[in-house]
Design a protein around this ligand. Structure first.
Ligand SMILES: Cc1cc2nc3c(=O)[nH]c(=O)nc-3n(C[C@H](O)[C@H](O)[C@H](O)COP(=O)(O)OP(=O)(O)OC[C@H]3O[C@@H](n4cnc5c(N)ncnc54)[C@H](O)[C@@H]3O)c2cc1C
Length: 333
């Protein structure tokens, strides 16, 4: 395969022909880096079929995209993606390869860095510098920011945490070019057997504009009814949770927000009965507007929130719902 002479590659995440929103966040990060180092971005979409994803990205961003396709049985496996990217890189690997810090990214990045004889930097959330880039990572549960520098004159494979940036803003309406490369006879030791769908009707937290997040203060599972009712008042809303609720099985693990859960950046985050432990805050600190409701006036969450409500959430939720409905000219009976 021929390798394009570009500085920055960004690996897209897509499934069933749909590009995942995390791709556009990583592209926004890559775009900032590209401006700093005066580099060009090429987006890679690996998997099968790769063309729809590559075309969507090129149309939405104006960036050039390359689809890496193979019809082999192991097409949907990161091991296969690794072989495809290595072949594309050939003897001209990019200076930087950005990959989302997701389950796919964790799986793929270290091995790919070995293949490309590259520096491997994981869970990056920011950067400084221009020609001499320094990347930032949160360590020790987010208490410290670590600065890391890739080795000079070598490529670097960098995983970027979702939510590190908002979505990419295109500066042109002209679509980028699309090229498709097909890989054959790829070695593979892992086979993806299938997927288990999430429960029907659940909105992906990372796609949600509004997140109503429940903490241990909510109490019993039956109290969740009012949380779901509140969420239903908003379009593109999802219910999230702190870890204890997910550990207890009150809400599915997919709802967990924080260091060991999802990283989210909605327009509105309503935290109900969540203390504000650092491990939770790490997952939602990029939210645009934060409202926290807690009976404890000294709750740590109040240091993060734009609006702090000292109240019992069970009393506050019906009042808030009533206000919203009245405001929309649809008062409750
Ligand atoms: C390695 C590690 C990783 C972790 N990862 C995560 C993670 O990804 N996500 C995560 O969330 N946590 C994570 N945790 C756990 C985290 O440290 C906290 O223990 C957890 O976030 C606390 O959840 P909480 O705020 O719901 O519960 P609590 O700390 O018990 O807080 C409950 C809050 O509800 C308030 N409250 C009680 N009743 C009411 C009421 N009626 N109305 C209003 N407020 C009320 C209380 O005042 C209190 O502030 C992790 C911990 C470790 C060690």
């Amino acid at each position: 395969m021929a390798s394009p002479d570009q500085d920055i590659w960004v690996l897209a995440e897509h499934s069933d022909g749909i590009v995942q929103p995390v791709t556009y966040e990583i592209l926004a990060f890559a775009d900032k880096v590209a401006r700093a180092i005066n580099g060009d971005i090429v987006v890679l979409a690996a998997g099968h079929p790769a063309r729809p994803a590559a075309e969507q990205i090129a149309a939405a961003t104006g960036l050039d995209a390359i689809g890496l396709d193979t019809e082999e049985a192991s097409f949907d496996c990161t091991e296969t993606h690794r072989h495809l990217i290595r072949r594309l890189a050939g003897s001209h690997p990019p200076r930087l390869l950005f990959i989302p810090h997701t389950t796919m990214g964790w799986d793929l990045a270290p091995g790919l860095a070995v293949d490309l004889e590259a520096s491997s930097l994981s869970a990056v959330c920011g950067f400084t510098g221009t020609s001499d880039l320094v990347f930032h990572r949160r360590i020790l549960n987010g208490k410290l920011l670590q600065e890391v520098r890739p080795v000079k004159d070598r490529p670097a494979v960098v995983t970027v945490v979702p939510g590190a940036e908002g979505p990419f803003t295109a500066t042109t309406t002209r679509p980028g070019s699309v090229k498709i490369y097909e890989g054959r006879s790829l070695p593979g030791r892992v086979k993806v057997l299938g997927y288990v769908d999430p429960p029907p009707g659940s909105v992906d937290l990372r796609d949600a504009d509004v997140i109503i997040a429940a903490g241990r203060g909510v109490g019993d599972a039956e109290n969740l009814k009012s949380i779901h009712e509140l969420a239903r008042l908003f379009r593109r809303a999802a219910v999230g949770a702190s870890r204890p609720l997910c550990d207890a099985g009150v809400l599915p693990l997919a709802c967990q927000i924080g260091m060991t859960g999802q990283t989210v950046s909605p327009k509105l985050y309503v935290a109900l009965g969540i203390s504000g432990a650092l491990q939770h805050i790490m997952g939602m600190k990029n939210s645009d507007l934060v409202i926290a409701v807690n009976t404890d006036p000294n709750a740590a969450f109040f240091r993060e929130a734009h609006y702090c409500v000292v109240a019992d959430l069970h009393e506050f939720i019906p009042l808030l719902m009533e206000k919203i409905l009245r405001f929309r000219g649809n008062p409750p009976e």
